[in-house]
Design a protein around this ligand. Sequence first.
Ligand SMILES: NC(=O)C1=CN([C@@H]2O[C@H](COP(=O)(O)OP(=O)(O)OC[C@H]3O[C@@H](n4cnc5c(N)ncnc54)[C@H](O)[C@@H]3O)[C@@H](O)[C@H]2O)C=CC1
Ligand SMILES: O=C(O)C(=O)Cc1ccc(O)cc1
Length: 325
Amino acid sequence: MSAPVYDRVALIGLGLIASSMFWAMKRAGLAGEVTGYARSAETRATAREIGLCDRVCETAAEAVEGADLVVLCVPVGAMGAVAEQIAPHLKPGSTVSDVGSVKQAVIDAVGPHLPETVHFVPSHPLAGTEHSGPRSGFATLFDNRFTLLVPVEGTDPEATARLRALWEGMGANVEEMDAEHHDLVLAVTSHAPHLIAYTMVGVADDLRRVTDSEVIRYSAAGFRDFTRIAASDPTMWRDVFLNNKAATLEILGRFTEELFALQRAIRTGDGDQLFDYFTRTRAIRRGIIEAGQDTDAPDFGRVLPRPAGKTEAGKTEAGKTEAGG
Ligand SMILES: NC(=O)C1=CN([C@@H]2O[C@H](COP(=O)(O)OP(=O)(O)OC[C@H]3O[C@@H](n4cnc5c(N)ncnc54)[C@H](O)[C@@H]3O)[C@@H](O)[C@H]2O)C=CC1
Ligand SMILES: O=C(O)C(=O)Cc1ccc(O)cc1
């Protein structure tokens, strides 16, 4: 058990990510008191029933009162409204963060509402499941997964270092990245693949004669993975696509071009083109495995390289320093 990184943490939106953060913080003793707020009375009741948060509050204002760290864990499209609601109640010197899957749109929506007396350090854990809601979280979700920090210009490095210590304490490998790059990388590794999975499952469903039991019964692992991903929360994913439009459309455009090229190779019987293409993609997968990354876990973020100079030892050292302060 380490010393708390923050005395008081407030979680706004009590779903998969907030509940996983709560259990991960408790596991390592990273926070003194954790308050929580969710918009729906039903979610607040569930949270109280399962012991999610030390104190579940009736308003967002009450939850953030006196908090040293406030983490917005709501769908990307709701971040701005929540920031506006809590802004007058934030403690000067505190840090506001979020866990949204898109960064530039969240920075644009949240930043203008925050008083100059608070630090804004956006974050994104590259870990999740297709489940949502307060009962879906678990303490090990972030273990050995990347969390990306996206500090905005002029952010106090100490506020960033402290948040890094929290994520490392929750088991994550932390990297920093700018918002534009983040949104492009995630469009390739997570957002476009989700849209493709949604589409593939939709296509299978259109072929009614193979649906009912047959799709699942006879599906190989690939299609099963698609159905798992396509079971993800519709609100969350609607907001991701509406808020990472440019990067997602750019990647889907390239995807469509390649798909057409492969379609043509099939039609014309160009086996060499198909073979060469599959040989290249196989090498990419093998490169990931040789780099020592666990490819069984459904974590698209694992293709991100660790920048030169960052070592496990360095990471642990930073975590210890911050946790002690
Ligand atoms: N699900 C995943 O695998 C991952 C999700 N994220 C991001 O984390 C954030 C939260 O996602 P999850 O925890 O999966 O969602 P979730 O659906 O499990 O929980 C979201 C919570 O926010 C509440 N909420 C929605 N609108 C609200 C509002 N206006 N005011 C207050 N509460 C509101 C919902 O009632 C729910 O309790 C999203 O921004 C998502 O993009 C990041 C990494 C992984
Ligand atoms: O469940 C999966 O396969 C995921 O890809 C989880 C996930 C969803 C959204 C994110 O922003 C990060 C991770």
